[in-house]
Design a protein around this ligand. Structure first.
Ligand code: PLP
Length: 413
């Protein structure tokens, strides 16, 4: 049976190696160009676990997306296709490269980016497609990969929410050209904030590393190669910066926590899946809450258990309030579709009309308005994201409240 901590005390007791590794970092102390090596260990272990050659740790899972775009050479005049339902981070990274985010619609049942919608949006300016494994499940990748391959488009997997998910026997993250993961506090494995990229292409891996560490000339894709050796750095003639980059390094103390978390990845994912099973059981008889459909050959990793309200009789807020009334915790809805957020609707970017009205952009300027992605716009207000990182005591109370709330609206209570 999957590990499922009874309460916070049991959860904390499991963090033995996290404490141990953090102690090692503290005992080592802080130095300019050397550390106790956790970043290198984390990157090597992560790459191996996800079937990639290279991993590059970052300060968060937004920075990772930005580095991937920089490594892919995405810039002014380019278009990047992304799903309309994602963290705005995915779209912001595109804007920061002065490229044009092109929003694709979702599949109404899987809630994932729809390959047909991507097909309709591809142009000769499409440089990259970012697929998002929303709620912990991969989109239908094969047709996306086929389209991308045919046209030389880069595929970046945003797997902020997906750990150990599978797609037709492949681990999610090893499918596209590059993949990005987030270690933010709500994710399967976390150090509060952090992120990592993986790829098996050395050129891309080095590009990511340099994007993440100020474009330093001597950096490589090797695990932990995030600093320039002292003897080189001390030389006043050393030309450090061969290209543009940001400082997106992950602190060693976070790498230490993450290495320990990675060592526990199986149990942490299994726990989420066990909680998802619990929701499936209590909602099995409710025909007006439709769970995210998991296609054959796909393994979900359940960052959240997502359901769609499929009735006109009950509103989102009524159900949410009823769950709270029955002693449950407040439930999350989905983000607003990104193209309808004020920053996009009103193109509050860098103030000079870019990227849509950049002289280097030869496409039709995108209009970020209602109607752009009708499926997303229809289902987003109806989605519930049930949390899956509940200890057994909290999950019990939540299951009870959700079951009672649905029974209430069914007239059984
Ligand atoms: C799908 C998705 N992409 C990107 C991000 C950004 O990650 P971070 O918060 O680590 O910057 C998140 C989550 O927070 C996310 O859920």
């Amino acid at each position: 049976m999957a590990w499922w901590p009874e309460n916070e005390v049991e959860l904390n007791a499991r963090r033995v190696m996290e404490y141990e590794y953090v102690r090692e970092v503290l005992d080592y102390g802080w130095h300019n160009t050397r550390g106790p090596g956790f970043t290198g260990r984390l990157e090597a272990a992560f790459a191996e676990r996800f079937g990639a050659e290279y991993a590059c740790s970052h300060s968060n899972g937004t920075a990772t997306m930005h580095s991937c775009l920089m490594a892919a050479g995405v810039g002014p005049g380019d278009e990047v296709i992304i799903p309309a339902l994602t963290a705005a981070s995915t779209a912001f990274a595109v804007i920061h490269q002065n490229a044009v985010p092109v929003f694709a619609d979702l599949d109404a049942d899987t809630f994932e980016i729809d390959a047909q919608s991507i097909r309709e949006r591809i142009t000769e300016r499409t440089k990259a497609i970012i697929t998002v494994a929303l709620y912990g499940m991969a989109p239908d990748m094969d047709p996306i990969l086929a389209m991308a391959k045919e046209r030389g488009i880069v595929v970046i997997e945003d797997n902020a929410q997906c750990y150990l998910g599978e797609y037709k026997g492949r681990i999610v993250g090893s499918i596209g050209d590059m993949a990005s993961f987030s270690f933010q506090g709500s994710k399967h494995i976390t150090c509060g904030d952090g992120g990592i990229t993986i790829t098996s292409d050395e050129r891309l891996a080095e590009g990511i590393r340099k994007a993440a560490v100020l474009g330093y000339a001597t950096l490589t894709a090797k695990p932990g190669a995030t600093t320039v050796p002292k003897e080189i750095r001390q030389d006043p003639a050393f030309e450090r910066h061969e290209r543009l980059g940001w400082n997106y390094r992950m602190p060693e103390i976070c790498s230490a926590v993450m290495l320990a978390q990675l060592e526990r990845l199986d149990e942490l994912v299994a726990w989420r899946c066990a909680v998802a099973d619990g929701y499936r059981e209590i909602l099995g008889g409710c025909d007006w809450l439709k769970a995210q459909v998991v296609p054959e050959g796909v393994k979900h990793s359940y960052w959240a258990y997502a359901v769609k309200l499929d009735t006109e009789e009950v509103t989102w807020h009524q159900l949410r309030d009823k769950i709270v009334e029955f002693g449950g915790e407040p439930v999350y809805g989905a983000w607003r579709p990104v193209h309808l957020e004020p920053v996009f609707r009103e193109e509050r970017f860098y103030g000079k009309g870019c990227p849509n009205h950049c002289p280097l952009y030869k496409g039709t300027p995108q209009k970020y308005e209602a109607g752009l992605c009708p499926v997303t716009e229809r289902i987003q207000p109806r989605l519930f994201q049930f949390r899956t990182n509940y200890t057994r005591d909290r999950a019990g109370r939540q299951f009870d409240a959700v079951a009672k709330a649905t029974a209430y609206f069914d007239g059984r209570l």
